[in-house]
Write a protein that binds this ligand. Structure first.
Ligand code: ADP
Ligand code: MG
Length: 263
């Protein structure tokens, strides 16, 4: 190696310029790939292509791992594990289309999944969340009660706008289990502010046991209920899952095909 070249390279033979950039994969693979390239007489494009290809692939893997950890999505609840055949009220094609389309997220449209306990609302919405992360979107999954607590704490510390702003980096916010325990005014108003803040900009997915008729009990103030529901449904996909509980179905012994229901 000439003196001039060695001046521009560190101990591993990586050009100094590259070691200053954050290119950990290139740094790690440089020597081996350069040796292989010299040995096998690769054209320059092939060497450069291989090096950059590895860097980009590992960067994408790291991004996915980080996004999935940040999302707090329940592990293992993917669409691939969801049996659509037991939920006759929703179409698999429709859900797959939501998982593969970006336009509803870029337009801040919402998703509402209704149904009694155990029908797979959380699993389905979490599965969508995982699929959207794979497509490069940012998703945050949280129980609604936990989100309300977080926002209330922020309001107490006079940093509610900052907290709402922080949630803006998520393209989709999943609020799981909007429950009907009557809440006090302060609790519900932070939820309303979240909904109003994201309206027509960033998407929200909500799972709930009952559709809107019962939401008066979520927002004690009638005007606030109307305003919240209005914003949520203005651009929304509604998945009605009024089927038998998957948990209960799984707990029962299998009925022979075509057998009549026991009375
Ligand atoms: P919900 O949120 O409606 O109360 P969950 O999504 O928590 O229901 O579902 C209850 C359990 O049953 C979970 O373990 C979930 O993975 C499973 N489950 C529900 N529906 C399905 C389905 N269609 N296919 C596979 N697993 C399901
Ligand atoms: Mg649930």
């Amino acid at each position: 190696m000439s003196a001039a070249t060695s001046n521009m390279a560190d101990a591993a033979g990586v050009p100094i310029m590259l070691t200053e950039l954050r290119l950990p994969t290139i740094k790690r693979l440089w020597t081996d790939l350069a040796e292989q390239s010299n040995r096998e007489g690769w054209p320059a494009e092939r060497f450069l292509g291989a090096l950059l290809g590895h860097e980009i692939a590992e960067r994408e893997t790291r991004r996915l791992i980080r996004a999935r950890a940040d999302s707090q999505l329940p592990l293992g609840k993917h669409l691939a594990q969801f049996d659509f055949s037991v939920v006759s009220t929703i179409s698999k094609a429709h859900v797959i289309a939501l998982a593969e389309a970006d336009s509803w997220l870029t337009q801040g449209h919402n998703l509402l999944a209704f149904g009694p306990p155990g029908v797979g609302k959380t699993h389905l919405v979490a599965g969508l969340g995982h699929a959207l992360i794979d497509r490069g979107h940012r998703v945050l999954f949280m129980r609604t009660s936990e989100m309300v607590q977080r926002l209330q704490a922020a309001r107490r510390d006079l940093r509610l706008p900052a907290e709402l702003n922080k949630l803006d980096r998520f393209d989709l916010l999943i609020l799981d289990d909007l429950s009907y325990a009557r809440r006090d005014q302060a609790e519900t108003s932070v939820l309303f502010e979240l909904i109003a803040e994201r309206y027509e900009r960033k998407s929200i997915a909500i799972t709930a046991n009952a559709p809107f008729s019962a939401w008066d009990e979520v927002f004690p103030d009638k005007a606030m209920t109307v305003a919240a529901v209005d914003r949520l449904v203005h651009h929304a996909t509604i998945l009605e899952m009024n089927v038998e509980s998957y948990r209960r179905r799984a707990a029962l012994p299998a009925r022979p095909r075509g057998a009549a229901k026991t009375k």
